[in-house]
Ligand binder design. Structure first.
Ligand code: ATP
Length: 280
């Protein structure tokens, strides 16, 4: 069975508090793009066998897709095995939720394959144990995500916009980005309601004005090259330019696909990975 695992971008990322156990309380507007990994899941006699086309991605219990299969087997007492083959297209450690999307694909695929009849809510509950972005990846599309990622509210689709993803050659660890962030120093939170209204109206100027990622300053300070990527996107017709998740991917949303294609040529330097996709 083939399940597509779609990448996401953040139209916003706000940190609104911290729980006593140390988890950050978030408010994020998330959007799927067409870029996806292919996850092929098959039933086997026993155990979990994972394969991946990218040699630098671990294929043992460190892989979040492996963890998803193990967790579901333990939770549901599945005695058969699975083979999981991942064709990775989503850049790794990029802020695009590549791993989380693979994990969500495994949970959804195994739910069908083993006829588990789990509801979306149940799948999200299991998914949350694997990571904060997994519940969103199970729902997908355009969503407001709150709490520690477990409250996912679908929004009016913001589909069909051209998106240019620019991922520099280095990765950023999600843990490090949040670790360097100081909650006390926030002087302005995201106006999520106004952002959602602008998205609903298809008002890209408004989306640009209200879209914000609170981790961006921390990561941009550490990697000044990201500032020049933002400037280049802005100079080349991007209507909305922002860092996704904990970075380092910077994206531009374009109202005109030919502008996005031209910008792709300009940004294609310094070993940047440049991917033209669209919101779905
Ligand atoms: P997020 O936006 O959810 O923080 P990300 O895009 O920043 O995700 P991932 O691509 O999920 O980050 O990868 C983060 C780390 O997890 C990498 O160091 C990678 O080795 C490891 N990893 C484990 N499983 C996977 C997977 N299935 N795909 C990609 N990376 C994985």
């Amino acid at each position: 069975m083939l399940v597509k695992a779609f990448a996401k971008i953040n139209l916003s990322l706000d940190i609104v508090g911290k729980r006593e156990d140390g988890y950050h309380l978030l408010e994020m507007v998330m959007q799927n793009v067409d870029l996806h990994d292919d996850v092929i899941i098959e039933e086997t006699e026993e155990g979990i066998v994972l394969t991946c086309n990218k040699g630098y991605v671990p294929v043992d219990e460190r892989n979040i897709a492996y963890k998803a299969a193990k967790l579901l087997m333990d939770t549901k007492g599945i005695e058969r095995g699975v083979s999981i083959d991942i064709t990775k297209r989503i850049p790794v450690a990029a802020g695009l939720a590549g791993g989380s999307a693979d994990a969500a694909a495994v949970l959804k695929g195994m739910n069908v394959l083993f006829n588990l009849q789990m509801s979306t809510e149940e799948l999200m509950e299991v998914g949350l144990k694997l990571g904060a972005d997994v519940p969103y990846c199970i729902v997908g599309g355009t969503c407001l995500c709150e709490g520690i990622g477990e409250i996912v509210t679908p929004l009016k689709p913001f589909s069909g916009y051209s998106v240019l993803l620019v991922k520099p050659s280095f990765g950023v660890s999600t843990k490090d980005a949040y670790g360097s962030f100081e909650l006390d120093r926030i002087n302005k939170h995201v106006d999520t309601k106004k952002l959602m209204k602008a998205m609903e109206d298809g008002d890209l100027n408004g989306v640009n004005y209200y879209s914000r990622n609170l981790l961006e300053n921390v990561v941009l300070r550490r990697y000044p090259i990201l500032k020049s990527i933002k400037q280049m996107l802005n100079r080349n017709g991007s209507a909305v330019t922002l860092m996704s998740g904990s970075g380092p991917t910077i994206y531009g949303i374009f109202s005109d696909v030919s502008d996005a294609e031209n910008a792709a040529k300009v940004l294609n330097r310094n070993n940047n990975e440049v991917i033209l996709t669209r919101t779905i």
